[in-house]
Design a binder for this molecule. Structure first.
Ligand SMILES: Nc1nc2c(ncn2[C@@H]2O[C@H](COP(=O)(O)OP(=O)(O)OP(=O)(O)O)[C@@H](O)[C@H]2O)c(=O)[nH]1
Ligand SMILES: O=P(O)(O)OC[C@H]1O[C@H](OP(=O)(O)OP(=O)(O)O)[C@H](O)[C@@H]1O
Ligand SMILES: O=c1cc[nH]c(=O)[nH]1
Length: 475
């Protein structure tokens, strides 16, 4: 037993190490060189997520713990995202001809068996949006393929899976979420025997010998100690559907604005251009004068309104042009009305009137009752509102409570949920979740989705209190 413990914590090729004069290849888990940052500007950590960078999930656990099953389940449930799986196994160095002669003496479970530098390089490229060619490792030949690679393209989510992906700090630092698949050792050994004899062409004695000499000691020395880095530990691996569901929910929440549009197909963010970003930069600047705040907000509101009108139903219409030809086009939807949520929503009425001459505009006044609750104070809506398509106006969607209260009133008045288009300038993810969960067939059109809400339910980065800045009551 002692002999096998030593085998794993010593160099990864024990029969050569004893005869080798070079000690530089020997590294214990705490070897100083493993702790040096080799990827100095780690682009991600678990607390900050740049919406333009992929979400990186590390999945670790002992051999045959069910990592692959857990990864497959996550990938399936994230079907509305582009997900790629990177296996640490792809980065097995492969054996030299000399090592191959004594393959049964090689410790495949030691961190040094993997080319971690190359793994970091590939992950860095993927995270920065480049595609990479991953090596293909052959478990029967203990070699990498020399002429084929696996092409992996940039994606929204990268899952990095392997027995030792939590061992190296630089690799861990790439991850936004770390999952450890925790399955009993006897279950894992049984699976391993079946897999290695059936799929990897080994006989049972060599599997048991490898397990006792290298696999189990390396689990105790390297894998188990790395469990403490996990954010989530999944007992029973792939059988644990509840844990996987919770993980997927968390990933959805973290994915940010572009992904909200994928989760909720009725959320539309107007196409961003530098012109639009420039106007957003101005209205978010706390030093902008009231006059300019109104000017640039009005311009953005006009764009949102035009975009929103594009989601109304159209009917086919033919006209005769001055050349006597027939032009087949479309006719605007006739039965429309605007509804503004007082007071900030009133800032959007002019843009709506400028696009739809003499449109009827109703009003709803909702008072914030404490931080969370909302109370309906006043409403004046066209009598035939249930027959109209409604453009609901409010420039800021924060918690979603005001919007939900207003939408509930419209639905009570008989407006079908699918006939409501909610137009706004800035949305918080929390507000979008709140409204879309309750009213999944309503459409939201916005010009930017911000990061979050703060403790005071203000949108972050946001633009402060829109109504006060627009109507000049912020002095
Ligand atoms: N004999 C032998 N074993 C190898 C070789 N390459 C890798 N291994 C073993 O492969 C194991 C790594 O794969 P696992 O984590 O078990 O495989 P997995 O499919 O990801 O496991 P789960 O998805 O959790 O079931 C290590 O324990 C190594 O001992 C090889 O070339 N020869
Ligand atoms: O999504 P919520 O958390 O409900 O927040 C959004 C509401 O807050 C703002 O109005 P506010 O109550 O500040 O009144 P105002 O329009 O008079 O400024 C904004 O115009 C929305 O109506
Ligand atoms: O940040 C916020 C939240 C609600 N209403 C606003 O005007 N701004």
């Amino acid at each position: 037993m002692n002999e096998s413990m030593d085998a794993s914590s010593l160099p990864h090729f024990d029969s050569l190490i004893h005869s080798s004069s070079s000690s530089s290849s020997i590294s214990s888990p705490s070897s100083p060189h493993l702790l040096q940052p080799r990827f100095p500007s780690s682009p991600l950590n678990s607390s900050t997520l740049n919406p333009n960078q992929p979400f990186v999930i590390g999945v670790s656990g002992g051999t045959a713990s069910g990592k692959t099953t857990v990864c497959d389940m996550i990938i399936q449930q994230l079907h509305d995202h582009r997900v790629v799986l990177v296996n640490q196994d792809s980065f097995y160095r492969g054996l030299t001809p000399e090592e191959l002669e004594h393959a049964h003496e090689y410790n495949f479970d030691h961190p040094d068996a993997f080319d971690t530098e190359q793994l970091l390089e590939c992950m860095g490229k993927l995270i920065s949006g480049q595609s990479v060619q991953l090596p293909i490792y052959d478990f029967k030949k203990h070699q990498r393929s020399t002429d084929s690679f696996r092409q992996v393209n940039a994606s929204d989510v990268i899952i990095l899976e392997g027995i030792l992906v939590f061992h190296d700090q630089d690799v861990r630092d790439l991850m936004n979420m770390k999952i450890f698949v925790d399955t009993d050792a006897d279950v894992r050994l049984a699976r391993r025997i079946r897999r290695d004899t059936v799929e990897r062409g080994r006989d049972i004695n060599s599997v048991l010998e490898q397990y006792a000499k290298f696999v189990k000691p390396a689990f105790d020395d390297f894998i188990l100690p790395s469990k403490k880095y996990a954010d989530v530990i999944i007992p029973r691996g792939g059988d644990n559907h509840v844990a996987v569901d919770l993980i997927v929910q968390h990933i959805h929440t973290k994915l940010g604005q572009h992904d909200l549009c994928k989760i909720y197909p009725n959320v539309y963010v107007i196409q961003s251009t530098f012109q639009i970003r420039g106007m957003h930069t101005l209205i978010r600047d706390q030093d902008l004068s009231k006059h300019d705040f109104v000017f640039y907000s009005d311009r953005l509101i006009r764009l949102v309104v035009e975009h929103g009108l594009g989601h109304l139903p159209f009917t086919e219409k033919q006209v005769v042009t001055p050349t006597g030809s027939v032009y087949t086009g479309v006719d605007f939807c006739k039965k429309l009305c605007g509804v503004s949520i007082i007071r900030s929503g009133e800032s959007m009425e002019n843009a709506l009137r400028a696009c739809c001459k003499s449109i009827k505009i109703g009003k709803i006044l909702i008072h914030r009752d404490g931080d969370n609750g909302k109370q309906l104070i006043y409403e004046k809506l066209p009598k035939d509102i249930s027959e109209r398509h409604v453009l609901l106006l409010d420039p800021v969607l924060a918690t979603g409570n005001s919007a939900n209260q207003a939408i509930e009133l419209l639905v009570q008045k008989g407006v079908p949920e699918s006939h409501i288009i909610f137009l706004n300038l800035i949305s918080a993810p929390e507000g979008i979740h709140c409204v879309c969960k309750k009213f999944p067939s309503l459409k939201i059109v916005t010009s930017e989705i911000d990061h979050a809400l703060n403790e005071e339910f203000r949108v972050i980065p946001g633009l402060g209190e829109f109504g006060d800045r627009y109507f000049g009551t912020d002095d």
